[in-house]
Design a protein around this ligand. Structure first.
Ligand code: GLN
Length: 205
């Protein structure tokens, strides 16, 4: 089997935590591959899988629009590269996003994940919380979800599988080669979600 190359989009957000969780996943799974922090079109074009970390989606969107990464990421995902979007990464992947308070922000989006996002759906930074989440469709029955100014999904298209809800709000989804969570798995010691993403990348390569 070929050596896989998983990238962590390193424009803004919690890049290091995702890098470490992905390295640990590969090593636990015994999968041969590398994890690279990426920003440029050239780096992104060499990837077999990409994680878009949490942070600030407007910033990640603007910067990747300016350096051309947005277009390359979109093309790679459309031609089958698996991607895992976390919080801001989930927002960036979406086709439609509005802020709960300020509404339309016209931020650059990848326009791939067929969902409507409500940004800051659970309140402000001070309203951050942790909650037990189950993602039964991918075999993860209990996961500690860390929600930090988290979005939720208010509507899903027909190709979108709902993986988890919290308080009636959709907080994790899968659409083909795209996985997205409103919470931050890289901020816990549990690497089961990163492992399931690495397996997806390995199976596609
Ligand atoms: N609220 C942030 C945004 O809109 C996301 C927060 C996060 O990634 N923790 O980009």
């Amino acid at each position: 089997m070929s050596k896989i190359n998983v990238g962590i989009l390193a424009i803004q957000g919690d890049v290091t935590e995702n890098f470490l969780a992905t390295m640990a996943s590969m090593s636990e799974l015994g999968i041969d591959g590398s994890v690279t922090q990426v920003k440029t079109v050239e780096q992104i074009s060499k990837l077999d899988g990409l994680i878009i970390p949490g942070g600030e989606s407007t910033m990640i969107g603007q910067m990747s629009l300016v350096n051309g990464a947005l277009k390359t990421i979109k093309e790679k995902i459309e031609s089958g590269m698996p991607v895992f979007g976390i919080c801001a990464g989930m927002i960036f992947l979406s086709k439609n996003s509005k802020d709960r308070v300020v509404g339309e922000t016209k931020q650059p989006l990848l326009d791939i994940l067929d969902v409507k996002i409500e940004r800051n759906s659970f309140g402000r930074q001070k309203d951050s919380f942790e909650a037990q989440i189950s993602m039964d469709p991918i075999g993860i029955s209990s996961f500690n979800g860390v929600f930090i100014r988290a979005p939720s999904i208010s509507e899903t298209g027909s190709d979108v599988e709902i993986l988890a809800k919290f308080n009636e709000k959709i907080v994790a989804v899968k659409q083909g080669n795209v996985i997205a969570t409103a919470f931050h798995p890289e901020l816990t010691r549990d690497i089961s979600l990163h492992k399931s993403f690495v397996k997806l990348v390995d199976n596609q390569s």
